[in-house]
Ligand binder design. Structure first.
Ligand code: IDP
Length: 140
């Protein structure tokens, strides 16, 4: 996968608050094209693996429980400088600290329930994209 791609999830709170459409609109308005997308629900095992990097953190099981609490939308996005530009678009982890106009400032509930995920490196974008999608599910 090229390095102009990133991976995102609209997390359970973003789906529950009926903001799938609003969040996707912000993503495409910012110039990202959607290369793969699905509504799905993570298993406990998948959530544990996806967030394994945080397994020593005190909030790990809270994070896993939250990520399996409802459906998510997973997507692979493409744009020049995708990883960094997407992190800018979503804003800081804690919506109280996120820049005005970012997805988390507009739609996130809290530091834990923060509406969206965005990969933090090209390497993780590739790993996370391949974790959720087969080659056949990727368009173009
Ligand atoms: P990021 O999603 O902005 O990259 P990370 O530090 O990688 O933030 O944390 C991953 C996810 O773990 C966050 O998006 C959030 O859902 C959750 N999280 C981070 N810090 C806390 C916390 O202090 N309490 C509860 N959940 C947290």
């Amino acid at each position: 996968m090229a390095t102009n791609r990133t991976f995102t999830m609209i997390k359970p709170d973003g789906v529950e608050s009926k903001n799938i459409g609003n969040i996707l609109q912000m993503i495409t308005d910012a110039g990202f094209s959607i290369k793969a997308m699905k509504l799905t629900k993570l298993s406990v095992e998948q959530a544990k693996v996806f967030y394994a990097v945080h397994k020593e953190r005190p909030f790990y099981m809270e994070l896993v429980d939250y990520m399996v609490s409802g459906p998510i939308v997973a997507a692979i996005l493409e744009k020049d400088n995708a990883v960094a530009d997407f992190r800018t678009l979503i804003g800081a982890t804690d919506p109280a600290e996120a820049e005005k106009g970012t997805i988390r400032a507009k739609y996130a509930e809290s530091k834990a329930k923060n509406a969206v995920h965005g990969s933090d490196s090209d390497e993780n974008a590739m790993i996370e994209g391949e974790f959720h999608f087969s080659k056949e599910e990727l368009v173009g």
